[in-house]
Design a protein around this ligand. Structure first.
Ligand SMILES: *Cc1c(COP(=O)(O)O)cnc(C)c1O
Length: 415
């Protein structure tokens, strides 16, 4: 039945209680039971993200260049900080967007418009990428009337550069590498993709939605990571999400371009309507001021030192879980994780069934299907539940081992 709007509104006390009641059915991220969707930096940072959002909740980024210079200043600051973290040259620039999908959409759109402006026929144009790249590229291609060509990853779960090279044709419009990719959590061999991009004069986009505000701090802490950012000359654009490991409130990502000339092709403006000149840098019209202020506040609250500590906590948590999982007979970690994602499976039992048992015990995380494996994206908050998680994993494995035949109906789906 359709919900009918109440004739008389209810008090906030009543509604607040109802909201709490509704959330009781949700996966319990506050108790760190969620290995996806939420990035919990702890109560202090969450409060900053929330309060800053609240302060600018009504302000509109659509008016950043007129009514709200505050938002313009904050977006400039956030973009500048991001560019510095990603070794961008002086010529580089960027924008805040609503999320990774919008950042990727705009990168693809910009690449297509620029190619057209250079007289290229983009009717059969292709985005060439490893199979591990995010579906947001397929979505962008769908909207923009382009094609996606996915090339299987190697046995190390990384982009197979040789196979990608062999797939380059006249139609190739964009190359993509991830830092890291979402399914396997590892950084693609971007120096090799960079060589391909340069020698074939193809736009290389780096999807650092997960790693953009994590990998730079891991590196500062001493991790030896594959180069992935603007230090590689062929990297034309980078997407990096603030609402993931940037710990900002949701609705915040960044898209960076190597040059202003490139970004010209991202912008939209027209005056062909009743209100005169109307220009927007991104897809959105109205843009939530809260998301901009939240990102700005969290970045300035944490600073480099704060992010480095959070990053270290996540990596130590991942290492402890990794050791715990590897010490269970028959369990293996996929590939060689370096950041905050950990993917594991059973060699002899059905990983889907183990996943199902974990879900029954209140642990919510995605189930991969290539191959069947359990996926965990870790937050600092997970350091509090390592022992509990491993205990439940042991129990789950035991349940499956004792009774492998029952239909646990685990489905592999991301959302
Ligand atoms: C999350 C993610 C995206 C999409 O970002 P949204 O903010 O969910 O739109 C793209 N690429 C990667 C690697 C991601 O992890």
């Amino acid at each position: 039945m359709r919900t009918q709007m109440l004739e008389l509104g209810q008090s906030w006390d009543v509604l607040q209680a109802r909201l709490h009641q509704l959330s009781a059915e949700d996966a319990n991220w506050r108790a760190n039971r969620l290995g996806v969707f939420v990035f919990d930096p702890g109560p202090e940072v969450l409060q900053v993200a929330k309060d800053a959002y609240g302060l600018f909740m009504s302000e509109n980024g659509l008016g950043a260049s007129s009514a709200f210079p505050s938002l313009m200043q904050m977006e400039d600051d956030v973009v500048s900080m991001g560019l510095n973290l990603l070794n961008a040259p002086e010529s580089a620039c960027g924008n805040m967007t609503s999320g990774g999908t919008e950042s990727i959409f705009l990168a693809v759109k910009t690449c297509r418009e620029r190619a057209r402006a250079q007289g290229k026929d983009t009717r059969d144009a292709e985005i060439l990428m490893p199979r591990s790249a995010h579906l947001a590229f397929d979505k962008a291609a769908h909207y923009l009337d382009l094609n996606v060509v996915r090339i299987p990853v190697g046995s190390d779960f990384l982009a197979d550069t040789k196979a990608i090279e062999n797939a380059i044709t006249e139609r190739t419009l964009m190359l993509v590498g991830s830092a890291p990719c979402f399914p396997y959590g590892m950084i693609d061999p971007l120096p090799e993709l960079n060589d391909l991009a340069l020698s074939n004069n193809i736009w290389l986009h780096v999807d650092a939605c997960v790693g953009g505000y994590f990998a730079p701090f891991a590196r500062m802490n001493g991790a030896e990571l594959t180069p992935f950012d603007f230090e590689l000359e062929g990297v034309r654009s980078v997407s990096a999400d603030l609402h993931k490991y940037g710990y900002s409130a949701k609705g915040a990502s960044t898209l960076f371009h190597r040059t202003e000339e490139q970004r010209e092709h991202q912008l939209f403006s027209s005056s062909d309507w009743a209100c005169g000149e109307f220009g927007t840098p991104t897809l959105a019209g109205t843009r939530p001021g809260g998301a901009i202020a939240s990102a700005w506040a969290v970045m300035n609250f944490l600073g480099t030192q704060g992010y480095r500590r959070k990053t270290e906590t996540v990596i130590q948590t991942r290492l402890e879980l990794q050791r715990g999982i590897e010490s269970i007979a028959g369990m293996e970690i996929l590939g060689d994780p370096q950041l905050g994602l950990l993917i594991y499976r059973s060699i002899d039992l059905d990983s889907r069934s183990i996943h199902h048992e974990m879900m029954q015990r209140g642990w919510f995380s995605p189930l991969l299907c290539e191959p069947d494996a359990i996926h965990l994206m870790l937050s600092p908050g997970h350091q509090n539940v390592i022992d509990e998680y491993l205990q439940d994993l042991n129990n789950s494995i035991e349940s499956v081992r004792l009774d492998p035949g029952i239909d646990r109906r685990s489905v592999s789906r991301y959302n």
